[in-house]
Design a binder for this molecule. Structure first.
Ligand SMILES: Nc1ncnc2c1ncn2[C@@H]1O[C@H](COP(=O)(O)OP(=O)(O)OP(=O)(O)O)[C@@H](O)[C@H]1O
Ligand SMILES: [Mg+2]
Length: 358
């Protein structure tokens, strides 16, 4: 159908060109004949023909130069709009929207306008994300700094007892650790979100890695008198060991942090087909349904009041999710408030170097 329409259009164009040329050359013929009659001049037939042709060309060129600006008016308006839009985008104004001729979607002008509108929409989203990121970082840096300043000022009071002094110093130290953890996490996230995150897969025993990390966390879970269980199938995985250790640390730290004293944490590892499945479950407060899909976003903290005491900046799970995605895996949470949380990580047993593009 498209081809037929194209052929009809080509034939019509050809007929139009022939008609236009005939009209101009006829006009040129009569005009030159009129001039010869007025001058009472009978030139040679060859000279007549040449003169008619030259006059035909001249008439054609002249009338085209008169008509062209009217025909190209639409085009001129389009390019003017386009240049204005590009200038506004270059100045950081992402509210630009170019009109698109809906009936002529396939016309190159419509395609160009649609492309620019899509690009501006993307830039707008990125700009909003950037602003949100800056406000989150400022907030996360601001609160520990206020606390450090307050306690440093309080320490100037010479009447403080030794216990009070030590308590204030402890708080200052905790807030400093929080700040340095925040900067570490921000750097890690930036590196993971770059175009080419570091990714060096190699085969290793996943069960041994989980066991080691659990042992490494023993001081924290022992302090909270948590009952920690592990049920680890022997699994060899090809993945980036360093990156994955960050995932397990973040999940286990969360489980320890959010589970009250005397609670239970269980780590399971099993092979399902060509995938390794790790679950980290706890008997903590659980996570509300509406928060479950948001906790993997940067800086998102589900229970702000509870969180204040627990500490953290809401980056741990977004880092874990990014790493799992680099491995072409999946991370999810199942939880009901009051009934603990279960985090599940599914990873392909053989992550390839090309996986990181995802
Ligand atoms: N095991 C869990 N039980 C209950 N809530 C959890 C659990 N794990 C995560 N959450 C909720 O998800 C939020 C995001 O977790 P995430 O690990 O990203 O940040 P964080 O632990 O608050 O800070 P960070 O990991 O940067 O120190 C937490 O603030 C918490 O509200
Ligand atoms: Mg965390």
């Amino acid at each position: 159908m498209k081809r037929l329409w194209f052929a009809i259009k080509a034939v019509l164009m050809l007929i139009a060109v022939i008609v236009i040329i005939s009209v101009y050359w006829t006009a040129a013929y009569f005009l030159s004949e009129w001039v010869y009659a007025r001058l009472n001049w009978q030139p040679h037939p060859l000279a007549r023909q040449l003169m008619t042709s030259i006059l035909g060309f001249f008439l054609f060129g002249f009338s085209m130069s008169v008509i062209a600006p009217f025909i190209r008016k639409h085009e001129k308006v389009f390019w003017q709009n386009m240049m204005d839009a590009i200038q506004r985008i270059a100045q950081g104004d992402f509210r630009v929207h170019l009109p698109v001729d809906r009936e002529n979607r396939n016309h190159p002008f419509s395609k160009l306008a649609t492309g620019i509108n899509d690009m501006v929409a993307q830039l707008r989203v990125m700009e909003e994300m950037r602003q949100e990121f800056i406000s989150n970082v400022s907030h996360e840096i601001g609160s520990p700094l206020t606390s450090i300043r307050g306690f440093a000022r309080a320490l100037k009071n010479e009447n403080l007892s030794r216990e009070q002094r030590m308590r204030y110093l402890d708080i200052i130290e905790t807030e400093c650790v929080r700040l340095s953890k925040l900067s570490e996490n921000l750097l890690r996230l930036t590196m993971l979100e770059s175009n080419q995150p570091p990714f060096f897969p190699a085969p290793y025993r996943l069960d041994a890695q989980l066991q080691t990390i659990l042992l490494r966390c023993e001081p924290q879970w022992a302090e909270k008198e948590l009952d920690v269980g592990a049920d680890l199938e022997k699994v060899v995985i090809t993945a980036d060991e360093d990156l994955l250790s960050q995932v397990w640390l973040n999940l286990i730290h969360n489980a320890i942090k959010f589970t009250p004293k005397g609670g239970r944490i269980t780590i399971r590892l099993e092979k399902r087909g060509d995938r390794a499945v790790v679950t980290v479950s706890d008997t903590g407060p659980g996570i509300d349904q509406q928060d479950q899909h948001r906790i993997f976003e940067r800086f998102y903290k589900a229970d702000k009041s509870r969180h204040r005491a627990a500490g953290g900046s809401g980056l741990g799970l977004s880092i874990a999710k990014k790493i799992v995605e680099i491995h072409q895996g999946r991370i999810s949470v199942h939880s009901r408030p009051g009934e603990g949380a279960v985090f599940t990580v599914e990873l392909p047993l053989h992550a390839s170097e090309t996986a990181q593009s995802g």
